[in-house]
Design a protein. Sequence first.
Length: 284
Amino acid sequence: MSMRGKLGQYDVLRVGYGAMQLEHADRGDAVTILRRAVELGVDHLDTAQFYGPGTVNELIREALHPYGEGLRIATKVGAVIHPTERLAAAQKPAELRAAVEQNLRTLGVDQVAVVNLRRADVSPGIIASGDQSVDLDSQLAELIALRDEGKIGGIGLSHVSLDQLRQALPAGIVCVQNLYNVLTREHEDVLVECAARGIAWVPYFPLGSAFDRIPSVTAHPVVVAQAERLGITPAQVGLAWLLGHSPATLLIPGTRDLGHLADNVAVTRIELDREATEALDALA
C-alpha cells in the first residue's frame, strides 16, 4: 500500500490533519500539535475560516507561518458562523469569493492549495433554503475565476451526490469530501467515480461522530476485536481499512492529543490482513 497519494497536482502523505477540533483547544496545545504534525510528515492540512470562526486559521498561521514549500493547505467554503454562533449556509458566489479572500488573509498566503465547496442540499448539517439555494454551476464559475486569478490551486467538492460530482467534472475537480467510514457507506458510488477519474476521496467523520448520531467506528465490536487481534488501536483499524479500501483515499483525521496524532500518522505503515479486511468489508 502506497504511503503517498495525489491531491490534484500535489503529492501528499495519505494521512493529513483535519484542524476542526482545534476550535476548542488551548492555544499553546494547538500550536504544539500543528508543529508536531508537520514534524511527523503531515503535508496536507484541512481547515475552514468558519472554524472558530477564524480561530483555527489563526492558529495555523501562528504555528506554521512561513509555511514550508511542501505544505498543502485545503479550506472549505459555503458556510459562515452567524453572531448567534450557529453555522449557516453562505452559498452565493459572492459569499464564496469573500470566504476565499478571508481565508487567504487569515492564513497569510496568496493561494490555498484547494478550496472545497461545501454544498448544503441534504442532511447531516446545514440545509440551504430561500436565496441560499444556489445552482452548482454558478458556484463553480466563481471558483474557476478565483483559480484563474491564482488564489486557488484546485477546486474540491464536499457533501455532494454522484450526479453533482458528474455535473462539476468540467470544472476540473481535484477532491471530494463526503461523510464516509467503514460503518457509513452511503456514498460508495461517489468514491468509485472518484477512484475511476483520479480524484482524491477525502472522507470526513472517518471514525464516526456524535454529530447527528453517526455511529462510532471505534466502539463497534468487530473493529474492537480486530484491533485486539492485531495489536493496534480501534482508530487505526478504522483508518487503515479506509486506506486499503481505495487507493484514491486521503485521510484528514483530527485530534488534540499528541499520542493519537502519532497513531494516526502511523496508519500509513499499517496494512490490514485478509481476516481483518473481510470482517470489516462485511459491515457494509
